[in-house]
Design a protein around this ligand. Structure first.
Ligand code: 2M8
Length: 428
């Protein structure tokens, strides 16, 4: 199984980065690269650093790390929406290479720290030292430009920024975005030629995705005055948990590279406090996204709510509540799991076993939740989750995601973060 994972990563390596999938996602994706680097650190440490360095070479002058870095060697239409939709070249401060203008959860500082810990030699230390200012700038962008509500949390401006594109968590905020599915007749979707349309977001979802991209792009990708008119403004628990975990990781990196960890620790504490104040719902005992356009917590109970477990300073009371939620029939985390961790409450009437982020099981989410369970003193549950994830790949290979009942492989069959995180789980 380890061999299959290494072969998958080797086959998806493209000169200086790894593509998530040769067919569906042939460019470089931001949070994919972080997860990929964690796995590469186990088997190809030089590539782990190269992966992150290549991504950060495309960082914008304002500090944002784009969610897609386009490979200029690929033909127009290799992915939709491509560079012609994003038009990053028109924006002062964007890099020479074409990119999107969105971001993804900042899991990169954690990835860099884990890659360093795997092989803490002088080469790794030099790479970490080189990345540190870019990782700090990434956090500064989020803290300074994306705190739309002024409450200490990052606001995402597109569902793609969450990484869980069509999660039921976004149904309420997305319903308010004006768009018509018929708009999609003017475009050729790339995803549905490589994957079953019944597993992917709908045309109406895509019409809304494009409307939000156009609104942000036509605003020059500026984060000023977003509250006045941007159609999608949400505080996501996973994004903000990653934002906080990044400051914890940066505190450790700072100590290694001779900088002061104090400011990172202070920022981490403020982020955890803001998450508790703004996104914790005492009625459900889990974290929920906040729709800033209505100032309400969304009601769908998704796996996003469990991910603040990755924060080492989450108070025990809240961590315990998340463990109750994780063990409930909604998510089924157990020492002996009979089914994999789903991305959405499996008791919900609109749970969909096949559609992308609306039910299926994904390794990156399981990996994060497992890390949180370990950090909060639940080694048996963490072990159950680990076994379940390894079982998925043993049964179906390095698929993009898995059927939440049968474990059948879904989406792209040779998916990089599945391979990478499997390697990390096997090594642990
Ligand atoms: C998926 O998102 C892209 C858009 O960014 C897509 O659907 O085309 C998501 O699963 C996202 O989390 C992931 O980073 C990306 C590449 O694997 O694919």
């Amino acid at each position: 199984m380890g061999r299959l994972a290494v072969d998958t990563l080797d086959a998806n390596w493209e000169h200086d980065h790894t593509v998530p999938s040769r067919t569906l996602y042939p460019h470089q994706w931001s949070w994919d690269s972080a997860f990929i680097a964690i796995g590469l650190a186990q088997v190809r440490p030089d590539r782990a650093w190269r992966e992150l360095t290549t991504l950060f070479r495309a960082q914008w002058a304002d500090g944002r790390v784009p969610h897609i870095v386009f490979n200029p060697a690929l033909r127009v239409g290799a992915y939709f929406p491509g560079p012609e939709m994003w038009r990053s070249a028109d924006v002062p401060g964007a890099p020479t290479v074409a990119t999107s203008g969105l971001v993804q959860p900042p899991v990169h500082a954690l990835a860099a720290l884990l890659a360093y810990r795997r092989a803490p030699d002088p080469t790794a230390l030099a790479a970490l030292r080189g990345l540190y200012p870019a990782l700090v700038a990434q956090q500064r962008y989020l803290a300074d430009r994306r705190d739309v509500a002024g409450d200490g949390l990052v606001c995402i401006v597109h569902p793609w920024e969450s990484g869980l594109d069509n999660s039921p968590a976004w149904d309420e905020p997305m319903a308010a975005v004006p768009a018509e599915a018929a708009v999609m007749r003017a475009y050729r979707r790339h995803d549905t030629t490589h994957a079953d349309a019944a597993h992917r977001p709908t045309d109406l979802d895509y019409a809304r995705y494009l409307a939000i991209v156009a609104a942000y792009r036509d605003h020059g990708y500026s984060d000023r005055d977003l509250a006045a008119g941007h159609p999608f403004l949400v505080e996501c628990p996973l994004f903000n948990a990653a934002f906080g975990a990044a400051e914890h990781a940066l505190a450790e990196i700072a100590a290694l590279v001779g900088d002061d960890p104090g400011p990172h620790r202070a920022r981490a504490a403020r982020i955890t406090e803001a998450l508790l104040r703004r996104l914790y719902d005492p009625d459900t005992g889990t974290f929920q996204p906040r729709d800033l356009r209505t100032d309400r917590l969304v009601s769908a109970r998704t796996v996003l709510g469990l991910t603040p477990l990755i924060l080492p300073d989450l108070p025990t009371r809240h961590a315990d509540a998340l463990v109750v939620e994780a063990r409930s029939a909604r998510f089924g985390v157990a020492r002996l799991m009979d089914r994999p961790l789903p991305t959405y409450d499996r008791t919900a009437p609109d749970f969909e076993a096949l559609r992308y982020w609306r039910g299926p099981s994904w390794l990156n989410i399981g990996w994060l939740v497992r890390r949180g369970l370990l950090g909060h003193g639940h080694p048996e549950l963490a072990a159950g989750l680990r076994r379940s994830m390894i079982g998925l790949v043993a049964g179906a290979g390095c698929h993009e995601y898995f059927h939440p009942d049968t474990g059948a492989g879904l989406g792209s069959p040779a998916f990089s973060w599945t391979a990478a995180l499997l390697l990390d789980l096997l090594a642990d």
